[in-house]
Design a protein. Structure first.
Length: 147
């Protein structure tokens, strides 16, 4: 029996998970400098302890409506992809869950297509669905998520 640990987060009321070993930092809102000519889902860059980090608006990346709160993003999770740090701008961070691999399932066909394209699979929790994000797919510039 193998156990996987996930940092859970909320985006547009959906519970999502990222493998805990992929998460380098959890940040409160930072000043973000816009980046010209970047894809529309790249919010800009931020300075994290002297390192430039690309900030990704996860709502825009997934074709979701913008946050109703106009004060910016709630939090962000810093991950690394192909040797570069990225800050995933999200609504909130929840908790770390340790889940049994036996309960991991493939994406159901009824899952919204945006979530299905961005997901590596799901866990059915007691009261809701936990979607495990495929971070590599989300950060692939050539990958387009269609609504």
């Amino acid at each position: 029996m193998a156990i996987q640990e996930f940092v859970t987060l909320r985006l547009a009321h959906q519970l999502l998970g990222i493998p805990v070993l992929s998460v380098h930092d959890v940040l409160k809102p930072h000043k973000i400098t816009p980046t010209p000519l970047a894809p529309d889902w790249v919010e800009g860059v931020l300075n994290l302890r002297g390192k430039i980090v690309t900030a990704i608006d996860m709502r825009r990346r997934l074709g979701l409506p913008p946050r109703k709160i106009t004060t910016g993003f709630g939090m962000s999770i810093v991950i690394e992809y192909q040797g570069e740090p990225y800050s995933l701008l999200i609504d909130s961070v929840c908790e770390v869950l340790a889940l049994d691999d036996e309960n991991f399932e493939r994406n159901p066909v009824t899952l919204d297509s945006r979530w299905r394209q961005a997901s590596a699979g799901i866990y059915q929790l007691q009261n809701e669905l936990l979607i495990i994000l495929d971070v590599e797919r989300l950060l692939d510039l050539d990958f387009s998520i269609a609504a």
